[in-house]
Design a protein around this ligand. Structure first.
Ligand SMILES: [Ca+2]
Length: 181
């Protein structure tokens, strides 16, 4: 029921946000383009998030900043949905249309911030339910690298990647150099 509700809402809310293509394998000043906020507000939750490209002081680098809070949902029907707040990137111009990453082996990125965050991969077979991993963040940049196979998703039909939080708490993170290759 909830899944059936979420799918059309995702499509309506986010269909205009994506560029036609986004190259993971070339670091450019605009690497962070194509990311957009996603929260449980689409199912009347109260989590909130801001997603923006943020210039680092002094070194000319730009990173993806995700800032907000995942809040517990107390009212029906939202209580059936985990709180979530984060940034999502769809691999196709149409959200949830699959893209083929058969040739890719790893997902890597740098991140820093407080607490922990989840990195989630979506694939066609499970729709809006992603396969995710939790990473601990620190005050300094750290590189994270995962074998795509460890996510147990179909690489030929990936639909989106997201960074965020699915448990109560604030979110204040920077992510950069995101690559699937
Ligand atoms: Ca960068």
């Amino acid at each position: 029921m909830i899944k059936q509700l979420i799918l059309p809402l995702f499509a309506i809310t986010l269909s205009a946000a994506q560029p036609a293509a986004w190259n993971f394998e070339t670091e450019t000043p605009t690497l962070e383009q194509g990311w957009t906020a996603t929260t449980d507000q689409i199912v009347a939750g109260s989590s909130f998030v801001q997603v923006q490209a943020e210039a680092e002081a002094g070194n000319g680098n730009t990173a993806l900043r995700i800032h907000g809070e995942a809040r517990k949902n107390n009212s029906s029907p939202v209580k059936e949905v985990l709180p979530f707040a984060g940034a999502i990137h769809y691999f196709s111009a149409t959200p949830f249309r699959p893209a083929d990453f058969t040739q890719a082996r790893t997902l890597s990125f740098r991140a820093k911030g407080a607490g922990s965050m989840e990195v989630a991969l979506f694939h066609k077979a499970t729709g809006v339910a992603p396969s995710s991993k939790t990473v601990k963040l620190g005050a300094e940049w750290k590189e994270y690298r995962f074998e795509l196979s460890s996510f147990n998703v179909d690489k030929a039909q990936l639909t989106a990647i997201a960074f965020g939080k699915t448990s109560q708490g604030t979110l204040d993170i920077l992510v950069d150099d995101i690559r699937i290759q």
